[in-house]
Ligand binder design. Structure first.
Ligand SMILES: NC(=O)c1ccc[n+]([C@@H]2O[C@H](COP(=O)([O-])OP(=O)(O)OC[C@H]3O[C@@H](n4cnc5c(N)ncnc54)[C@H](OP(=O)(O)O)[C@@H]3O)[C@@H](O)[C@H]2O)c1
Length: 333
């Protein structure tokens, strides 16, 4: 790979056009910490960005990639020294600051979290990137749902868009904490994968009868939704009393309709989850991801791809063909 090979989004089309490009020496965004990229994950949002399918990039050109795990090579901030491993996500990374698909990058120190490396809570750089924004969002969802009453033994938890990156980690985390997880997926052929992550039951979205009543039979104490649209509306209608929904995605649409009845008659709580957390929360969730919320099946969920494989990965994500997570391994060239 050339010195600073990147996958960048250039002006063109409706929302930009993505392609590989070599960046000039020193062509790095503002910041006081330079990192050498080790791994960067591939997310649904990255596919939208790279294929110019949504208005995500706010300046051209901009390197895509909403997260990156790397090793510090230069630091003007006393909190970081060469050799430290860090994860960066949020703060406009991959939208208005060059993102993860770039061999060398520069970020403000305030955006960086050290990869947990304690005696009781540690992650490898690959595990960190395999978790990435998607797994972070899943963990934040579980954290917020439990703060709102979710507890093992109170009922089943539905995970929607189940084979997706964030959803796969959510299944793993919830099953690991003793929840009875039901996976709702448009890929019935992936049922064995979902069961291996810990799903007790797998529902086929294509043949399931979702109903249209304002209140359906109460089935779930919790739900993790990466899909949005009509699916989110159905979830609200089918929650148990005081059920909690963590909603963070729009893979199935951005609008949903419904009545207030689930909220005022069943006390359903709809929690929005935004992964761009303030730093204290971010640090706490990453520590949990290395400790009590550590995923058990990352090797099954995530696979390494070459940098050159990014375009195929984007196509697979948009076509909803991908299962689990894909992680660019910069050492593969
Ligand atoms: N709010 C935040 O901070 C935040 C953070 C991370 C992610 N997100 C969002 O969360 C969503 C999931 O992200 P991800 O990276 O995990 O994406 P992903 O790997 O592409 O997973 C999305 C999954 O949703 C399902 N799906 C796709 N298209 C669908 C459709 N038209 N109707 C119903 N289901 C569909 C598919 O699962 P099945 O085939 O198994 O059903 C797919 O695997 C995205 O919308 C992303 O932008 C938001």
């Amino acid at each position: 790979m050339a010195a600073n090979r990147a996958f960048r989004v250039f002006e063109g089309g409706k929302f930009g056009v993505g392609r590989f490009a070599d960046m000039a020496d020193g062509e790095l965004d503002a910041g006081n910490v330079v990192i050498r990229s080790l791994f960067a994950s591939v997310n649904y949002k990255d596919a939208l960005t790279a294929l110019g399918k949504a208005k995500i990039v706010t300046r051209f050109p901009c390197t895509a990639g909403i997260d990156v795990c790397g090793e510090v090579s230069e630091s003007a901030d006393p909190r970081f020294k060469p050799g430290d491993r860090v994860i960066a996500h949020g703060f406009g990374i991959g939208a208005d600051h060059d993102g993860g698909y770039q061999a060398v990058n520069r970020f403000p120190a305030d955006w960086l979290v050290k990869v947990p490396d304690g005696p009781d809570a540690a992650l490898t750089p690959f595990e960190t990137a395999a978790i990435g924004v998607a797994g972070y969002t899943a963990a934040l969802s579980v954290d917020l749902m439990e703060l709102n009453g979710l507890a093992p033994g109170k009922g089943r938890v539905l995970v929607n868009g189940a084979t997706g990156g964030a959803a796969s980690v959510a299944i793993d985390l919830l099953a690991g904490r003793g929840y009875e997880v039901v996976a709702l997926s448009g890929k019935p052929e992936a049922a064995d994968y979902l069961r291996a992550l810990g799903a007790a039951e797998v529902i086929d979205r294509k043949s399931y009868e979702f109903g249209t009543r304002p209140l359906e039979k109460p089935m779930w104490q919790g739900a993790v939704d990466s899909v949005g649209g009509e699916q989110l509306a159905w979830l609200a209608r089918s929650m148990q009393n005081d059920g909690v929904i963590a909603a963070f995605g729009n893979a199935g649409g951005i609008e949903f309709k419904g009545s207030v009845l689930p909220y005022i008659l069943r006390g359903v709580r709809l929690i929005g989850v935004n992964a761009n957390s303030p730093m204290p929360l971010r640090s706490r969730i990453w520590q949990r991801l290395a400790g009590d919320l550590r995923p058990r099946h990352l090797d099954r969920i995530a696979r390494r791809i070459r940098f050159a494989d990014l375009p195929q990965a984007f196509d697979d994500l948009i076509a909803a063909k991908a299962v689990g997570r894909m992680v660019v391994d910069f050492s593969l060239g």
